[in-house]
Design a binder for this molecule. Structure first.
Ligand code: UD1
Length: 420
């Protein structure tokens, strides 16, 4: 197993190109199931989760060719509608094939994703919405068995909670359904917006894109003429590199980003005292004269993203005072706290609220990654800590960060991938 070895305490400099967004690419790849024609997706991040979904499509009988950051996918040859446990268990987002498979084939079997390190993460809202669209759903031998022999029909779905992949699944299901589907309390994340825009360009009329109420006019079973797609930049990778600049007291520039997607993150960095400059596609961060403590509550977009919570906790360790972070989306997303304590962090946990008492002098340590974003928080702490840090179990990191050691290395960090 690989691990990352970091010699902390170095300043970074220069610029880094931000990769395509994993969480945008996943639903876009799943949407290829709805396509009449082979499609090409570019600016794809070369990360494990993307390979997993492509492997799942391959297992269904689709073919693809991956060339660097571009994939050509042909789903006309799909001859199975079973998303198998062995693949789904490695990535919960595999559930994104449920909506498109069901709407195209009228039946499918998708392994029920289990819990994960950050909480239970049920899919009840996905299933309830599909039932409302006429699907019969049962759970058999660990699989969601879904049937809609006469196709899905449009309906009004009111989500009890805002769900990102739930909204994406229903948007894709509704794209081939009969009639109009209204989604109330839809997710507004930029990744959801890109999926809607792509389907819209493929002839599916969608109203309310970017709002919390979407109206999708289905094609009544007609497959979609889809154009080539370029994945939007990864706002979470971008936020993570901003934190890398911040935590090392460096001036660095991010290239090929969409600053508007990062407003909540940029606001918190500014409140913490970091000067920021941005134009259409780049952001530059400079060292703070004094790092101010921060109060953060995670919420749905455009609020502060839960996927940036762990990284800001690392940064808050250096703040001159007490910071408070409240996690509102996932019940168990503080797994990094005990690992951060190994660097010397003073963090108190009470339910879903973490109190971080800064500033702390951090010392390098052996730490264990527990989930994707928690792993990047440990890398950030390692960059700021005095001495050597080894971050173990980085397969979590490889799920979502493209070439992280190369990118940080090019910025001047002392970081190496090693074998246990
Ligand atoms: C997506 C992102 C993930 C991010 C999360 C929240 C992808 C591939 N992943 O995950 O990186 O952290 O959004 O921004 O895009 N819920 C239910 N029942 C359901 C579905 C969700 O109770 O059927 C709850 C969840 O437990 C959670 C909340 O709703 O408390 C939001 O989860 P959701 O938006 O669905 O997260 P994902 O789409 O899985």
């Amino acid at each position: 197993m690989d691990y990352l070895q970091i010699e902390g305490g170095n300043r970074l400099s220069g610029s880094v190109r931000i990769s395509g967004a994993k969480n945008a690419a996943l639903p876009l790849i799943a949407s290829s199931i709805l396509a009449k024609n082979p499609i090409s997706i570019s600016n794809l991040p070369n990360v494990k989760d993307i390979q997993t979904l492509l492997r799942l499509l391959d297992n269904l009988g689709a073919s693809y060719s991956l060339d660097g950051n571009r994939v050509d996918i042909d789903t006309s040859t799909i001859d199975s509608t079973t998303a198998v446990y062995d693949i789904v268990r490695t990535m919960r987002a595999s559930i994104l094939v449920l909506g498109p498979l069901l709407s195209r084939f009228g039946h499918c079997e998708v392994s029920l994703p289990g819990g994960c390190a950050i909480g239970q993460r049920p899919i009840d809202l996905h299933l309830k919405a599909l039932k409302q669209m006429g699907a019969q759903i049962s759970i058999r031998s660990g699989y969601v068995v879904a049937q809609a022999p006469s196709g899905l029909k449009g309906s009004t779905i009111i989500f009890d909670k805002v769900t990102v992949t739930g909204t994406e699944n229903i948007v894709m299901a509704a794209a081939l359904a009969r009639g109009k589907t209204t989604i109330v309390n839809a997710a507004k994340e930029p990744e959801v917006v890109q999926l809607c825009e792509v389907l819209n360009r493929s002839g599916v009329q969608i109203e309310g894109i970017g709002s919390d109420e979407l109206v999708i006019h289905g094609s009544d079973g007609e497959l979609l003429p889809m154009e080539d797609i370029e994945v939007i930049p990864d706002r979470i990778e971008a936020g993570t590199y901003l934190c890398a600049g911040a935590i090392t007291g460096s001036k660095i520039t991010l290239r090929e980003v969409i600053p508007q997607h990062l407003e909540a993150v940029l606001l918190k960095l500014m409140q913490m005292g970091f000067p920021l400059q941005s134009d259409d596609s780049s952001i530059t961060i400079e060292p703070a004269k004094r790092i101010e403590p921060v109060e953060i509550v995670t919420s749905e977009y455009p609020g502060f993203p839960t996927d940036m919570q762990a990284q800001f906790m690392s940064l808050a360790l250096l703040a001159e005072g007490t910071s408070i972070i409240e996690e509102r989306l996932f019940e168990n997303r503080f797994m990094h706290v005990s690992e951060l304590r190994r660097f010397g962090a003073d963090i108190q946990l009470k339910g879903n609220i973490a109190t971080i008492i800064g500033p702390t002098k951090l010392f390098g340590a052996d730490v264990m990654a527990t989930d994707l974003r928690a792993s990047s928080a440990l890398v950030l702490a390692g960059l700021a800590a005095q001495g050597t840090t080894n971050v173990h179990r980085i397969y979590h990191l490889d799920r979502g960060y493209e070439k992280i050691e190369e990118k940080l290395g090019a910025l001047g960090a002392k970081i190496k991938r090693m074998r246990e």
